[in-house]
Design a protein. Structure first.
Length: 153
């Protein structure tokens, strides 16, 4: 869990700064930069490591969405991150391919995700399409702009 938290802490602030105000990054990013035990131990969460054991990517999927939503045949991509020093090296794609294959084998027909503005091009390259803009609600009425995306399997 500590290694995953470290990946999120290295990735999110650095990669999101181009699309989000510094004040939002300082207040909201710490709220979602912690590994979720239930997700990490679900059997549907994957990590990517370098040969030296350094964690460079992570992400997973669940049948229940991050806001508790659930529908037949739909899975939800959850808590993806790639180390900023290895972007565009296929790490995120490899983690996504593992998620897609497992979700397909589980009988799902679609995957949904709530993407940061920054990650939209990554998800589009993985076959996701934008369904709409949204605001994720965090503590103390903090709203975080995001993008709802879906992909057929």
């Amino acid at each position: 869990m500590v290694r995953i938290d470290g990946l999120y802490s290295r990735s999110y602030p650095r990669l999101l700064k181009a699309d989000y105000a510094p004040s939002l990054l300082v207040t909201v990013v710490p709220l979602f930069s912690k590994a979720q035990l239930k997700l990490v131990t679900s059997g549907t969460y994957f990590v990517a490591e370098r040969e030296d054991g350094a964690l460079i990517g992570a992400g997973g999927w669940t049948k229940i969405g991050p806001m508790g939503e659930m529908s037949d045949g739909m899975g939800h991509i959850r808590h993806f991150a790639t180390d900023p020093d290895v972007l565009r090296a296929g790490v995120g794609r490899a983690v996504m391919e593992a998620c897609v294959a497992q979700a397909y084998d589980a009988g799902l027909g679609e995957l949904s995700c709530y993407s940061t503005i920054t990650a939209v091009p990554f998800y589009e390259a993985q076959g996701f399409v934008v369904k709409g803009e949204m605001q994720l609600q965090f503590a103390q009425a903090m709203r975080f702009p995001a993008v709802w995306m879906e992909r057929r399997l």
